[in-house]
Design a binder for this molecule. Structure first.
Ligand SMILES: NC(=O)c1ccc[n+]([C@@H]2O[C@H](COP(=O)([O-])OP(=O)(O)OC[C@H]3O[C@@H](n4cnc5c(N)ncnc54)[C@H](O)[C@@H]3O)[C@@H](O)[C@H]2O)c1
Ligand SMILES: [Zn+2]
Ligand SMILES: [Zn+2]
Length: 361
């Protein structure tokens, strides 16, 4: 029997989100229904609402979530009802060309639920990143459920489902930050701050935080930044070079997703250094760079989808480190809110008032 629950829907481009009744089908083969306990508000949800990802409205928003498996469909053996899980948007297929080459973190055929959740009039919903967890319950592919230690708070665990994992992974997986490296992070929201946490975890000696908002820079310091630069008043490229012996940082992580900040990252990196783009641009953005500089500066220009994470490997490991007090994921939760407060949370995110607002059920 399909169930009816409340969920947050983005009905059309730039229209305010609404709490609507959602129909959640029973799980089919390979699927699971999860009772959502917490779901963070990520900037990517706002991109969806603004039409910056695609035009498949209406969207069921929310994708940074943790909860308890309620029921599973035929053939599901990895998770069972009662399991505490983080939802991931990288349920690896095991069969694509990336998986077959032993690189499941790049899986090109990740699984989502085959059935659709709908509005009560039958309109099919597009769940954000194949998850759709601003809802009391959601239907996902069973592989999107990653079991973790149930003693951790759901509001904290859920953040690993997207932004915090993307940021930590951008530093440790994509950027391959190592002991003694200098790292600069441009854009210190939830994702950028997580990159700072990741850089510290990897042993970076110098971590330079760049943002246009002094409040964000204060938080970045508490997350592990050793230096801060307000790029509204100071040229960040010059400042990063000055702080790195005149050369630039070994790894620069761009966590904004704009051409001008990408250019800053490109020029703020040392010769043979690495740029990691983890911020998500919108389709109309273009970039102009001197090709001789691309060549002459060497190194690598990388993009990081989901921090190149492997959920089954990285989620339990990071939860362990959090439980041991070696990283503080709780510091990312600025406020907990209700399902009806998502529109307000977008405004607060836009104003720079929060790292993460987390919907709790
Ligand atoms: N690659 C991935 O897998 C992945 C996953 C999650 C989120 N994201 C993307 O990461 C980006 C950041 O997400 P978030 O949730 O941290 O957003 P956020 O809104 O919390 O943070 C963005 C930060 O960038 C700062 N900023 C804005 N313009 C700037 C500029 N010109 N120079 C310097 N700083 C500037 C803001 O002050 C803010 O602190 C978004 O584009 C989001 O879509 C990517
Ligand atoms: Zn695959
Ligand atoms: Zn996200």
């Amino acid at each position: 029997m399909a169930q009816q629950v409340q969920g947050v829907v983005a009905p059309g481009k730039n229209e305010p989100v609404r709490v609507e009744t959602i129909v959640v089908p029973d799980p089919g083969p390979g699927e699971a229904v999860v009772k959502v306990q917490a779901c963070g508000v990520c900037h990517t949800d706002l991109h969806y609402k603004q039409g910056g990802i695609n035009d498949d409205f209406p969207f069921l928003l929310g994708h940074e979530a943790a909860g308890v498996v309620e029921s599973v469909g035929e053939g599901v053996t990895d998770v069972a009802p009662g399991d505490f899980v983080i939802l991931n948007w990288r349920a690896v297929c095991g069969n694509c060309r990336a998986c077959l080459r032993g690189r499941p973190q790049y899986c090109f055929n990740t699984h989502n639920a085959a059935q659709k959740m709908t509005l009560t009039d039958g309109t099919e919903l597009s769940p954000a990143l194949g998850i759709g967890a601003f809802a009391e319950k959601t239907l996902v592919a069973a592989g999107q459920c990653t079991k973790v230690d149930p003693s951790v708070s759901p509001a904290v665990a859920g953040l690993l489902g997207c932004g915090v994992m993307a940021g930590i992974g951008a530093a440790i997986n994509t950027g391959q930050v190592g002991r003694g490296d200098s790292v600069a992070v441009i854009g210190c929201g939830g994702v950028g701050d997580a990159a700072i946490v990741g850089a510290r975890l990897a042993g970076a000696a110098r971590i330079i935080a760049v943002d246009i908002d002094d409040r964000k820079l204060e938080t970045a310091k508490s997350m592990g930044a050793t230096h801060t630069v307000n790029s509204r008043s100071t040229d960040p490229v010059e400042a990063i070079r000055e702080l790195t012996g005149g050369f630039g940082a070994d790894v620069v992580i761009e966590a904004v997703g704009r051409p001008e900040t990408y250019k800053q990252a490109f020029y703020a990196r040392d010769l043979a250094g690495t740029v990691v783009l983890v911020g998500v641009p919108t389709p109309e953005m273009t970039l102009e760079l001197s090709l001789i500089d691309v060549f002459g500066r060497g190194g690598s220009l990388k993009s990081s989808w989901y921090g190149d994470c492997l959920p089954s490997r990285d989620f339990p490991m990071l939860i362990d480190l959090h439980q041991q007090g070696r990283i503080d994921l709780g510091a990312f939760v600025t406020e907990t809110i209700g399902l009806g407060d998502v529109e307000k949370a977008f405004a607060r995110m836009h104003e720079g008032d929060v790292l993460r607002s987390v919907v709790v059920f």
